[in-house]
Design a protein around this ligand. Structure first.
Ligand SMILES: Nc1nc2c(ncn2[C@@H]2O[C@@H]3COP(=O)(O)O[C@H]4[C@@H](O)[C@H](n5cnc6c(=O)[nH]c(N)nc65)O[C@@H]4COP(=O)(O)O[C@H]3[C@H]2O)c(=O)[nH]1
Length: 497
């Protein structure tokens, strides 16, 4: 904010200095014009062939005066006495001129009009031999220049002032004069004239109060925005650091949601769903921390702890029932990461027989298609893992995926499941996806079964597929899974065998 005000102040003062300089240049130009015109009028008057103050002479003086806007009157002087003027004619009263105030080069004499005639206005008398020019008060016309600048027209040495005018101020009260007055003088040596312009520099805040307050408000807003941005970055960095520590310190726990066969509702496996339980803080859902990890190169670290924990917690169940599967979520970036592939192979090196029971579900959060992805899918499948495409049919996981690599199955997103029993235009998507899966020999799990009606519909279309959803169970704590509840029955859900 202070920087903005200082810049505005500097800009204002630079503009003011240019303005003062321009004022003195303009005033000097006017003074030169007036000087030349006066000299010209006097020389022409001197050239009059008529007797001094005769009718002919007065006519000549009048004609010169009419044609010259800088000269108010032209007269004749003899031995220091004014004899006549074009305006007044022959003078009865003797008007004796005092000693000239100033004698410029070329035989001229200059008086201040006020000194000679005690007029209230400011002007000059200039004489050359027998001729006298009475300048008009507007000869130097200083009032036509910027009103805020003080102007003074002088002779070259500054001893005679031809005209002067005080400048108005932006800040007439003049309460604050901490800033200096700037004085710029321009001279014309040929004419023996100088123009001096003076003005005080102004405080931006007083000269432009509205702009000042707008600048203050703008700077304040910018500052506040920058501060908020800083806080946000710091908070994000804080959360990220916490997540990094949370992954390392086993704060990522897993819940398990059952997956059943649609035909007879027999239990086919579980999907491991991660939760972040930071110490002394409320649980955080995967919708928040999974994308955060994905955006900050923590995805693989997360995938590793999830896979390791899932295997550690479910190994006994899997070994007890080789038909039971365990789905674990991964990102495309994890599959592309050699570190994760090696980790998965090492982790299961002692129990390779469990690999076909481990279903790695791949979710794509960014559009990444690489040769590494395809190669690693092949590698994992060769090693025995099953690879599934998660959220199939949604924007990020679609048909084009199937061309990258060979997959074992697709998970149909719950978006389409909820459309099944409504008048939604998406209603036909599930039957179409099922046809496609059959053609491509892909296994299918349909997600998000919430109602008996949806289960019934699915059973009528594709009894061979598997399903998961809140109708059967929400994601459960490991302790519940290990209690191994009674198998689901068709009757339980109002279905006939
Ligand atoms: N409304 C409704 N929802 C149902 C129903 N049945 C299951 N769900 C929820 O749908 C999500 C299914 O998981 P997903 O599609 O893999 O979607 C997952 C997955 O993409 C991601 N995720 C979860 N755990 C992990 C993980 O360990 N690693 C990675 N990379 N992603 C994970 O977070 C997403 C959300 O997981 P959750 O919040 O646990 O949400 C789970 C589950 O609780 C239902 O009948 N109705």
């Amino acid at each position: 904010m202070a920087g903005g005000v200082i810049l505005a102040q500097l800009a204002l003062n630079a503009a003011e200095i240019r303005h003062i300089d321009a004022s003195s240049m303009q005033a000097l130009q006017r003074a030169e014009d007036a000087g030349r015109a006066t000299v010209d009028a006097l020389r022409r008057a001197e050239a009059s062939p008529f007797e001094m103050c005769s009718e002919g002479d007065l006519t000549i003086l009048r004609n010169i005066t009419y044609a010259n806007s800088y000269v108010a009157d032209l007269g004749r002087i003899e031995q220091g006495v004014v004899r006549c003027t074009a305006l007044w004619g022959k003078l009865d009263r003797v008007t004796r001129l005092p000693e000239p105030h100033y004698r410029p080069r070329g035989g001229f004499s200059v008086w201040s009009h006020q000194e000679v005639l005690q007029t209230h206005y400011q002007s000059n008398l200039v004489a050359l031999n027998h001729s006298l020019a009475i300048a008009s008060p507007s000869t130097f016309d200083l009032n036509r220049f910027y009103q805020d600048v003080s102007l003074r027209i002088t002779n070259g040495s500054g001893t005679h002032t031809y005209a002067e005018r005080a400048g108005l101020r932006y800040n007439p009260s003049g309460a604050i004069e901490l800033l200096p007055a700037i004085d710029i003088t321009e001279c014309s040596p040929d004419m023996g004239l100088c123009a001096q312009a003076t003005a005080h520099l102004h405080w931006f805040a007083l000269a432009h109060p509205l702009s000042f307050f707008a600048l203050m408000a703008g700077s304040f807003l910018l500052g506040a925005l920058a501060y908020l941005l800083y806080l946000r970055l710091r908070r994000n960095q804080g959360v990220l650091e916490k997540l990094r520590e949370g992954i390392a310190n086993d704060e990522i726990v897993l819940l398990y949601q059952p997956i059943v066969c649609v035909r007879d509702l027999s239990l086919k496996g579980y999907e491991a769903l991660a939760r972040w339980r930071p110490a002394d803080e409320p649980e955080i859902g995967p919708d928040i921390f999974v994308p955060l990890a994905a955006q900050n190169r923590l995805s693989t670290a997360l995938a590793k702890v999830v896979l390791a924990r899932a295997l550690r917690e479910m190994q006994d169940l899997l070994q007890a029932d080789p038909a039971l599967m365990l789905a674990v979520n991964t990102e495309v970036a994890d599959i592309e990461d050699t570190d994760f592939i090696e980790f998965a192979l090492d982790l299961t090196a002692a129990t390779p027989g469990l690999r076909p029971q481990l279903h790695l579900e791949v979710t794509e959060r960014a559009d990444i298609r690489s040769a590494t992805f395809t190669q690693n899918i092949e590698l994992l499948r060769k090693a025995g893992f099953a690879i599934w495409i998660d959220d199939f049919g949604t924007g990020s996981a679609n048909l084009s995926h199937l061309s990258y690599a060979q997959f074992d199955g697709i998970k149909i997103d719950r978006l389409f499941t909820s459309a099944l029993s409504t008048g939604s235009p998406l209603r036909s998507v599930v039957p179409n996806l099922l046809r496609l899966a059959t053609e491509l020999e892909l296994k299918v799990v349909i997600e998000g079964i919430e109602t008996e009606e949806q289960l019934q519909l699915i059973r009528s279309i594709a009894p061979q597929i598997h399903a998961q959803g809140w109708l059967f169970s929400k994601a459960m704590e490991l302790s519940e899974v290990l209690q191994q509840r009674e198998p689901y029955t068709l009757e339980e859900f109002g279905l006939a065998a």
